[in-house]
Design a protein around this ligand. Structure first.
Ligand code: CMC
Length: 391
């Protein structure tokens, strides 16, 4: 067997073969099943895109109608999940709530049948249908309100905004939110997708696959960055403060949230579209005090770090869009998860098609042939050695 060089973060190491999506990080191109994301954002809808990702081709009208019908029929939350959510602390992060709910959904479908197409189809529909309801329900329940029932006459994006804000959304707002979901639906083998694939490779159930991916998406270096961007803009406060803030980050080697990407070395194409969507919303519903700060931030970071290929990523402008849609800051990452479920499920299905359990190797850096120290001696040794120095 060829032993490869160790690369921290597996940079540049292929961990799978996939036909789902493709990124050209130098040219700033993202394709889902060979179709440019710009075209999908303009002409498609999130559910049609989810179908494309999961089933491998664009649906015809009947297939799309049936898929949408199935999803509408499975949007309601199980009352036991709602009861479970009542016990969640209101101060808990919504990503933790979502991870728990996604895993709990598996309790209702514990008879796994991964070789049965109907089981796969049902799991896809249930997860896509119920995840938005879970996110909206947690938001209302932590405020002490009852969850709002989904509305069958509203589409996927419009229904989510309705369940969240307890009023029917403006059509432009709903359409823009749908485009946001399309843009976040899939992105090759990123951390959460890899986590989904590793979990899938053990042949566990899809609810565990999605729960494990949600947990991975939550971190600030991944999906959690969108929330951190808004916190950062708030902390900076004024356009004048941007340059000293960036100087300080660079000097102290702090990451600037919403910038940089393992694959893109130019501006993320999704950031370009999201910025335009934010501007459309500002035009219709009024501006956002943070936008000028964001523009200056992009300008200064590009000037200072562009040479290293550090440019805005998908998380930089998405928060400004979500704020205008009435989505609270700590729901930005759950909203990312609502969209990314499509990509995770596509990879789950692809993984099952040619499965081999993930079991990489490691380079051991520990010691060998250590003697077992009896407890009495151990205490004396450790008393003399500071905690940080113990191996
Ligand atoms: N701020 C300042 N410097 C940066 C940043 C940043 N956000 N991103 C990369 N760099 C610098 C980094 O210091 C390094 O410089 P040097 O070579 O001098 O040490 C160089 O660029 C390469 O960075 P890296 O650490 O090798 O990049 P990585 O591929 O390991 O990390 C990343 C990618 C996304 C984790 C990182 O860019 C980052 O921490 N960004 C901020 C968090 C963020 O916005 N995450 C969202 C990522 S995109 C969507 C998603 O995954 O959800």
């Amino acid at each position: 067997m060829t032993v490869c060089e160790y690369k921290p973060g597996l940079e540049g190491i292929p961990a799978t073969q996939s036909a789902i999506s493709h990124v050209d990080g130098q040219l700033g191109i993202l394709e889902y099943r060979g179709i440019r994301v710009e075209d999908l954002a303009q002409y498609s809808t999130f559910l049609e895109t989810a179908y494309l990702l999961i089933w491998g081709g664009l649906p015809n009208q009947n297939e799309l109608d049936h898929f949408q019908y199935e999803i509408r029929n499975h949007r309601r939350l199980k009352y036991r999940i709602r009861d479970m959510m009542k016990c969640f602390p209101e101060g808990g992060h919504p990503m933790d709530a979502l991870q728990a709910c996604a895993a709990a959904l598996g309790l209702f479908y514990s008879k796994r049948a991964l070789d049965n197409p109907a089981y796969i189809q049902n799991a896809v529909v249930r997860l896509l249908a119920k995840i938005p309801t879970m996110v909206a329900a947690f938001q209302l329940m932590r405020k002490g309100n009852d969850p709002v029932q989904p509305r069958d006459d509203l589409d996927y994006a419009g229904n989510f905004l309705y369940m969240l804000n307890e009023r029917e959304p403006d059509p432009l707002a709903a359409r823009i939110f749908d485009i946001c979901l399309t843009l976040h639906a899939e992105h090759t083998i990123n951390a959460s997708t890899f986590s989904a694939m590793v979990t899938a490779s053990t042949l566990t159930d899809p609810y565990a696959v999605v729960a494990s991916a949600v947990g991975t998406l939550a971190g600030p270096l991944h999906g959690g960055a969108n929330e951190e961007v808004i916190n950062m803009l708030e902390e900076i406060g004024t356009v004048e403060n941007v340059r000293p803030y960036i100087d300080r980050c660079i000097q102290e080697k702090h990451r600037i949230m919403g910038f940089g990407h393992r694959v893109y070395k130019v501006k993320d194409p999704r950031a370009t579209i999201l910025q335009k969507l934010a501007e459309q919303l500002f035009e219709k519903f009024g501006g956002d005090e943070y936008y000028a700060i964001a523009l200056e931030l992009e300008h200064v970071v590009t000037e200072r770090l562009g040479g290293k290929g550090v440019y805005p990523n998908v998380d930089f402008y998405s928060g400004l869009v979500y704020r205008k849609l009435g989505i609270p800051t700590d729901l930005f990452t759950p909203v990312f998860a609502i969209a990314r479920v499509a990509g995770w499920l596509a990879h789950w299905k692809e993984q099952l098609g040619e499965n081999r359990i993930f079991r990489p190797t490691q380079i051991y850096t520990g010691s060998h042939n250590q003697s077992y120290i009896p407890m009495a001696d151990r205490l004396q040794i450790w008393d003399k050695q500071p905690l940080a120095g113990r191996v």
